[in-house]
Design a protein around this ligand. Structure first.
Ligand SMILES: [Cu+2]
Length: 242
């Protein structure tokens, strides 16, 4: 445990004020949901995200794995955020009330990368018997910054605008970092230890898919999905990424 420095205490005080004044009214406005026909929806499944098939690439990226920022297993990239970037048109989607949970456990965020829909509740939980603060710094929505002093405490926010991705940090423990991808639709996923993801129920259409990774950068792929079709899409990272 690193004791908070005076400067950190000041930051925490400011956080509380900022959190109190957070206006989430953009998330309470009524919306008309676009109906999707499940009988014509398809699925995009994914082959493993690979580091270009070159073992040297994987070796370069591995190093000490401490915080989920470069988890590569047999060339498969974990913690990439994959999503439909374009192609859904003007559809509007229902907002899930089930919260996305980001835990603070062992002074790390779990999960390290998470996705949520705009205005969906995002619940931060402190599982540690120590003080954390949760500091989100979106570019297109209001920031948040609040302290969580008690073990077992929970606090919810909603992010009003899409953004891939929003860094979440703790001013007490500078190594703590999570990333939150926020989208106006439900078609996103985080790759698992096998480098795979699945996007279910995507309407038939032409799409741009994107894969974002904090170290390796962003890749895009075009995919055309017809009704009921399942397609494999692979992204490859090579060299030092980006
Ligand atoms: Cu912390």
């Amino acid at each position: 445990m690193v004791a908070p420095m005076p400067r950190a205490r000041l930051a925490l005080a400011l956080c509380l004020l900022a959190a109190c004044g957070r206006d989430e009214s953009a998330c309470t406005a009524p919306r008309t949901v676009t109906p999707l026909d499940p009988s014509t929806a398809g699925t995009t499944a994914m082959k493993p995200v690979a580091l270009g098939g070159d073992p040297q690439c994987a070796i370069q990226h591995q190093g000490p794995v401490l915080a989920g920022d470069a988890l590569v297993h047999d060339g498969k990239v974990e913690n990439a955020f994959v999503y439909v970037k374009d192609g859904l048109g003007a559809r509007t989607f229902a907002v899930p009330e089930t919260p996305v949970t980001i835990n603070q456990v062992g002074c790390l965020y779990e999960p390290h990368v998470a996705g949520a829909q705009t205005c969906q509740p995002i619940e931060f939980v402190n599982d540690d018997p120590t003080l954390h603060n949760v500091h989100g710094t979106p570019g297109g929505s209001q920031p948040w910054n609040f302290s969580m002093a008690l073990q077992g405490s929970k606090r919810r926010i909603r992010v009003e605008n899409p953004e891939v991705t929003i860094p979440v940090t703790c001013d007490v423990h500078p190594w703590m970092r999570a990333y939150l991808g926020v989208l106006p639709h439900p078609f996103f996923a985080v790759t698992g230890a096998d480098g795979r993801f699945t996007l279910r129920g995507v309407p038939a259409g032409e799409y741009v898919l994107a894969a974002w990774h904090e170290r390796f950068g962003t890749r895009e792929a075009r995919v055309t999905l017809s009704a009921g079709e399942t397609k494999d899409v692979a992204f490859a990272y090579a060299g030092s990424g980006n």
